[in-house]
Design a protein around this ligand. Structure first.
Ligand code: ATP
Ligand code: MG
Length: 480
């Protein structure tokens, strides 16, 4: 439902927004931790070196003296020194298992070391480590893999060994940087793993949110497709409510317009039929009527006279139906002249009150004196009023009230014809203006269709409102 490009774009944007700062944070944090670790290692190297320096019991010479080796060859001297110093180095090394430690003499080179390696014993230190004899101060150095014995980068602390104010050698403590680097890489990996997990969680949340949104949109689309939707269900998309209302109204307007067109089509068809029927039936009807009138005058018995009268009455009914057809067939505005609706109504008042009186119905006129003259076809408007009034009278039993009202509403003249009759069920309200729609045994169903076509020719509207068993009001609006 949502275009995939929106999904993809959101995933990419969120991935960038979440991942890049987190990755930067991971590197900055790992580097900071690395620096801290480096500092800690440096401090420990210094501590280890000073511990070695403090543990030495005497000068190298005194140690050699105690072993009686002062004038022996270098190898023997070194071994004698190693006997004294190796246990010290081994003991201190126990506390610093990851460090390299040792004693150095500028004449005898390496004299003791941990971890012990007999091959390195007596080896000369690298010239960078021997700088201490020039500076005579503690020296902290990073030695890269090219200069170290086992080709691993080291951080080394060389601490001077003074005895009686004399620099007699140095102790060293070193640490393989690879161990630290490994910790650094492990840290980076840990952070990246966390970021990856976080990223997956964020994507899952987005996926879930999109899923919910899509479901709601699907529901909405289905509801709109069915022509109705519940705005309360749209709490997540309140911005869509006015849009959908507009679409729905357009849809309803379109449906209404289609209905109107269908109705007009049917009216057109009826119009054509009416024209044909009128033409074909009226002439033979006139001939039949003429002959019947001629025979009626000749026949003398009352029974046959009555029968002729009945036939002629039925013929008059047929003629009436044909006239109705003909008025439906009219589609052009014909013979409109300036008239006042109130005057027209007053003119047919006697006729209407006679019909009403016959049925025991009260007739009320409520005419608005502000009604102006306007262009109308007086005969058609009278027919409209008579049709609507006849329906109203037919819908009422005795003691009903027929009210005819006029009103001025802006640029419209309103005609209201109300009754207190049986009313029209809501489900058939939409059909009553269709030609031939009738609920009466002897009705043709053309009365309201004719009213609608008259109103249509006057560019007006006609609507009906009804409550069952209470009454009906027809409202005709004609533009001034
Ligand atoms: N005032 C009214 N009260 C109740 N029902 C009405 C009213 N006016 C019209 N109707 C309903 O609308 C239907 C159609 O009316 P319409 O005037 O077109 O035809 P009809 O009255 O049945 O026949 P005809 O007018 O040819 O005698 C009627 O059959 C009736 O069911
Ligand atoms: Mg009628």
């Amino acid at each position: 439902m949502l275009p995939t490009s929106i999904h993809r774009r959101t995933y990419i944007i969120v991935s960038i927004v979440v991942s890049i700062p987190l990755i930067l944070w991971a590197f900055v944090n790992a580097n900071r931790t690395y620096t801290l670790l480096q500092y800690a290692v440096k401090q420990e190297l210094i501590t280890a070196a000073t511990t070695l320096e403090q543990r030495i019991p005497a000068s190298y010479e005194q140690l050699l003296k105690s072993d009686d080796m002062l004038y022996s060859p270098s190898e023997e001297k070194r071994k004698a020194l190693n006997r004294h110093l190796q246990p010290i180095v081994d003991e201190v090394a126990k506390n610093y298992p990851s460090f390299g430690l040792g004693y150095y003499s500028p004449e005898l080179n390496i004299v003791a070391l941990a971890p012990f390696n007999s091959e390195i014993l007596g080896a000369k230190a690298h010239r960078l480590s021997l700088k201490i004899y020039e500076t005579k101060k503690m020296d902290i150095a990073y030695l890269d893999s090219g200069v170290t014995r086992d080709e691993q980068p080291l951080m080394a602390v060389n601490y001077p060994l003074y005895y009686g104010g004399q620099l007699i050698g140095h102790v060293w403590a070193n640490y393989k940087m690879d161990d630290l680097n490994r910790q650094y890489y492990f840290l980076i990996l840990k952070y990246l793993g966390l970021i990856f997990l976080l990223w997956i969680c964020v994507l899952l949340i987005i996926h879930w949110a999109f899923g919910r949104m899509e479901k709601a949109l699907h529901e909405l689309a289905d509801q709109v497709k069915n022509g109705s939707y519940n705005p309360n269900k749209l709490v997540e998309f309140p911005q869509l409510i006015p849009v959908l209302n507009t679409i729905l109204n357009l849809y309803k307007d379109k449906e209404k317009a289609m209905e109107e067109i269908a109705k007009l089509d049917r009216l057109n068809l009826v119009s054509q039929m009416a024209a044909g029927v009128a033409h074909e039936v009226r002439n033979p009807l006139t001939v039949i009527k003429g002959f019947l009138q001629y025979f009626q005058k000749k026949e003398l018995t009352t029974t046959t006279q009555d029968q002729y009268r009945l036939i002629l009455e039925e013929l008059a009914r047929v003629e009436g139906i044909i006239s109705d057809f003909l008025s439906l067939a009219k589609s052009k505005v014909t013979q409109q002249k300036l008239c006042n609706l109130n005057h027209l109504l007053e003119g047919i008042y006697p006729l209407l009150s006679a019909q009403a009186l016959k049925q025991g119905i009260e007739l009320k006129f409520q005419l608005d004196s502000r009604i102006p003259n306007c262009l109308i076809n007086d005969k058609e408007i009278i027919q409209l009023v008579l049709n609507l009034s006849r329906n109203a009278i037919e819908a009422m039993s005795k003691r009903g009230i027929l009210t005819i009202q006029t009103q001025l509403n802006g640029m419209e003249i309103i005609l209201l014809i109300s009754d207190t009759g049986c009313g029209i069920p809501q489900e058939i309200l939409k059909d009553i203006f269709n030609p031939f729609y009738t609920t009466k045994d002897n009705g043709t169903g053309l009365g309201l269709a004719i009213c609608a076509s008259i109103v249509n020719r006057h560019n007006g509207t006609i609507t009906a409102q009804s409550i069952e068993n209470e009454g009906t009001t027809f409202r005709v609006a004609i533009p001034v």
